[in-house]
Design a protein around this ligand. Structure first.
Ligand code: SF4
Ligand code: SF4
Length: 263
C-alpha cells in the first residue's frame, strides 16, 4: 500500500493509527510453506492492483490486459474520490480465496505476484510533501493475529525485505503510479465529471495497456511528440515504457506540465 502524505501538518494522521515507521530497526519474520498459517493471507482480503501489477500478471498468464481485467478484477471506489480503483476478484468460495492460490502449492503466480503481496507484512508510505524535497519512504509492520510469520526467528531489516522480495523496481513503478493518482485526486476532469472521456482514457492507460497500445497506433500518437529513437523503440516493445509514456501524456493533457515535447 502506498500512503501519500500531503503536507507536514498532516504527517501524523496520514499514517495508520498505532503504526510507527520501522526505520533501520530489526524485526523477526519468515514466511514459508512450513508455517501453520501458510496461504491464510491469500484469503478474505481486499487486494488492490496497481498498473504495473496488471502488466506483470497478464504477461504471466499470457492473456491481454482486457481479458485480465474482465476475468480477474473488479472496479471499486477506493481512497481516491475522483478515480476508481481496481481490486482482485476473489473466488466465490467459502473463504474468498485469491484466484491464483493453489491450496497445496501456494501462490501460482509467485514471481509476478502484486506489490501488496510482496510487501506484506510491511506496508509502505511515501511522503511527497514539498518541504521534504525528495520523496521519502517509510515502512510499517502490520500485525494480523493469523500471521505466524512474526513468531519465526529470522531477523531482518526493511532493506533485507526489499531485497528479498525484489521490491525496488515494483516500488519505482508504483511511485510513478502514485504521482498520477495524486493528479487524479485533484479532480482534473472538472466539467467532464467521473467517467468522462478524459477519465476513460486515463483508466485505459493505467489498467488496460494493450488497449492503449492499440489507441497509440490508431491515432499515431507517437508522431505528435519529439521522442528519441531509443524511447520509441522501447515503447514499441515494452509495456512498462508504454505505461510511462502514457503517464507523461496524461500529465500534459491534465496539468499542462510539459512532460512531453510536441512536434
Ligand atoms: S497473488 Fe499470490 S500471494 Fe497474492 S494473494 Fe494471490 S495467491 Fe496470495
Ligand atoms: S499469514 Fe503470514 S506467515 Fe502465513 S503465509 Fe501469510 S505472510 Fe506467510
Amino acid at each position: 500500500m502506498v500512503f501519500v502524505m500531503k503536507n507536514k501538518n498532516e504527517q501524523q494522521k496520514s499514517f495508520p493509527d498505532g503504526m510507527e515507521p520501522l526505520g533501520n530497526s530489526v524485526f523477526k519474520f519468515a514466511c514459508h510453506s512450513g508455517v501453520s498459517c501458510f496461504t491464510r493471507c491469500c484469503r478474505k482480503l481486499e487486494l488492490f492492483l496497481y498498473p504495473f501489477d496488471i502488466i506483470r500478471l497478464k504477461k504471466r498468464l499470457g492473456i491481454t490486459s482486457e481479458e485480465f481485467l474482465n476475468t480477474y478484477t473488479g472496479v471499486v471506489q477506493g481512497g481516491n474520490p475522483f478515480f476508481p480503483s481496481v481490486i482482485m476478484k476473489m473466488r466465490q468460495d467459502e473463504e474468498n480465496t485469491c484466484p491464483f492460490l493453489d491450496q497445496d502449492k501456494g501462490c501460482t503466480v509467485y514471481e509476478d505476484r502484486p506489490s501488496a503481496c510482496r510487501t506484506y507484512p510491511l506496508e509502505r508510505a511515501v511522503d511527497r510533501s514539498p518541504e521534504r524535497g525528495a520523496a521519502q519512504e517509510f515502512y510499517f509492520m502490520t500485525n494480523h493475529d493469523y500471521c505466524k510469520g512474526h513468531d519465526e526467528d529470522q531477523e531482518l531489516t526493511v532493506k533485507d525485505w526489499i531485497r528479498d522480495q525484489h521490491l525496488i523496481y515494483y516500488n519505482a513503478m508504483d511511485d510513478l503510479w502514485a504521482e498520477m493518482d495524486t493528479i487524479f485526486a485533484a479532480n482534473p476532469w472538472k466539467g467532464e465529471g467521473a467517467a468522462g472521456p478524459k477519465q476513460q482514457v486515463a483508466f485505459m492507460i493505467c489498467y488496460n495497456i494493450d488497449r492503449f497500445r492499440q489507441y497509440v497506433n490508431d491515432y499515431e500518437l507517437l508522431k505528435q511528440f519529439k521522442l528519441d529513437k531509443a524511447r520509441k523503440k522501447a515503447i514499441a516493445n515494452d509495456d512498462e515504457a508504454l505505461l510511462k509514456f502514457g503517464f507523461d501524456w496524461l500529465k500534459l493533457i491534465l496539468t499542462g506540465k510539459p512532460a512531453l515535447q510536441g512536434r
